[in-house]
Write a protein that binds this ligand. Structure first.
Ligand code: NDP
Length: 345
């Protein structure tokens, strides 16, 4: 089976591609430039996965018909390409437009040029499209929709919180996907599956020259535990998380399982406070990250204390439909450290 993965050189997509190749699929990835595709090929080859992957350059995903060639003949599509940018100054439309129009673009191309072969389109959304900040603290589920960030981005424009602009882009993009499917239900020969993960952490398998070039969420982890850098987070804050390799597995399951057709599924290993990651990093560092002896400390959480979390998600749907299992924080961070050590960071 041949799968098209958009934005295949990103942090998450690179793991999806790797897993699909390991499972025996062939993969076509879209990238914005030739050099990114060649780099991706080189990395896969160095991991013994050189066969079965090819790429196609889609330089501007917003352009009408951008994916027309890419979707031809594939059995399924995984759409991940979307800006993950936290901009405190930019116009929200700078990320909303590529997110929403890129989504419409892949859906249109799949309908117009992939309808005879494609059976499913898996859309990588986010809990950004689920979380209703005004209802925190809470346990959210697939019934929740983040309309608040959309309103904030509309009303405050550039002055909206950076995170709200990003969340608005994901919420609007996912809405547009469901609307497209509803508007075209008489014509579509494929179904839509939406995955909604929260913060994604873990080792990397895409092209990153040094820690300053990490994608936003792994940069948050790196900066927070090392205690420096622009993405260092407030240690009393937190959210929910998933290991990137489990998220890749969720995509593979979403391709394979019959029952997930036209479902929206939240996938997460659970909640965290940044202080918990910092405490764990300090306990692992002497053996697993000896290159970094001076990690952030904050106010360590005393043993036996149960932190209270403001954001949680009910994951029973993912359990029921995907049977997804999650790596622990220890495994995620140990493997991340091993990866960084191997890179000489
Ligand atoms: P990355 O920044 O590593 O990857 C983003 C991918 O999207 C890259 O391939 C990038 O291409 C492409 N992209 C970005 N902006 C555009 C644009 N304007 N036009 C075309 N392509 C674009 O981030 P992640 O791997 O973390 O994110 C991938 C997806 O996962 C996104 O849809 C994101 O919203 C979603 N997600 C991420 C979470 C996380 O915690 N990381 C959580 C939940 C969802 P290029 O390399 O050329 O810039």
């Amino acid at each position: 089976k041949q799968i098209l993965v958009t934005g295949c050189n990103g942090f998450i997509a690179a793991w999806i591609v790797r897993l699909l190749l390991q499972k025996g699929y062939t993969v076509i990835g879209t990238v914005r430039s030739e050099d990114k595709g060649l780099k991706m090929k080189e990395i896969l080859k160095s991991n013994g996965l050189g066969e079965g992957f090819d790429f196609i350059v889609v330089s501007d995903i917003i352009k009408e018909g951008a994916f027309d060639e890419a979707v031809k003949g594939v059995d399924a599509v995984i759409h991940t390409a979307s800006p993950v940018v936290l901009s405190s100054e930019g116009d929200p439309q700078e990320i909303i437009q590529p997110a929403v129009r890129g989504t419409r673009s892949i859906l249109n191309s799949t309908l117009n040029h992939g309808n005879e072969t494609v059976r499913r389109l898996v859309f990588l959304s986010s809990t950004a499209a689920v979380l209703e900040v005004q209802l925190m603290p809470n346990i959210f589920n697939e019934e929740n929709w983040n309309n608040e960030s959309v309103k904030e981005a509309e009303e405050l424009g550039r002055k909206a919180l950076a995170m709200s602009k990003y969340r608005a882009s994901k919420s609007l993009a996912e809405r547009s996907a469901w609307k497209f499917v509803d508007d075209n239900k008489d014509k579509l020969k494929w179904d839509l599956v939406v995955l909604n993960p929260p913060f994604v952490f873990g080792p990397i398998t895409h092209d990153v020259r040094d820690p300053s070039a990490l994608n936003v969420t792994t940069a948050m982890m790196y900066d927070t535990i090392t205690g420096s850098g622009k993405y260092a987070q407030d240690l009393t804050a937190g959210n929910c998380w998933i290991d990137v390799r489990d998220l890749a597995e969720a995509h593979a399951l979403a391709l394979e399982k019959e029952d997930v057709a036209n479902e929206r599924i939240v996938v997460t290993a659970g909640p965290y406070l940044w202080q918990e990651w910092v405490d764990l990093a300090n306990s692992l560092a002497p053996t697993h990250f000896p290159s970094h002896s001076n990690l952030a400390k904050g106010s360590p959480i005393p043993d036996g204390t149960r932190p209270s979390y403001r954001v949680m998600y009910d994951t029973s749907k993912a359990h029921r439909l995907l049977g997804l299992k999650y790596r622990s924080r220890e495994e995620c961070l140990q493997d991340t450290f091993a990866d960084y050590m191997a890179r000489g960071w």
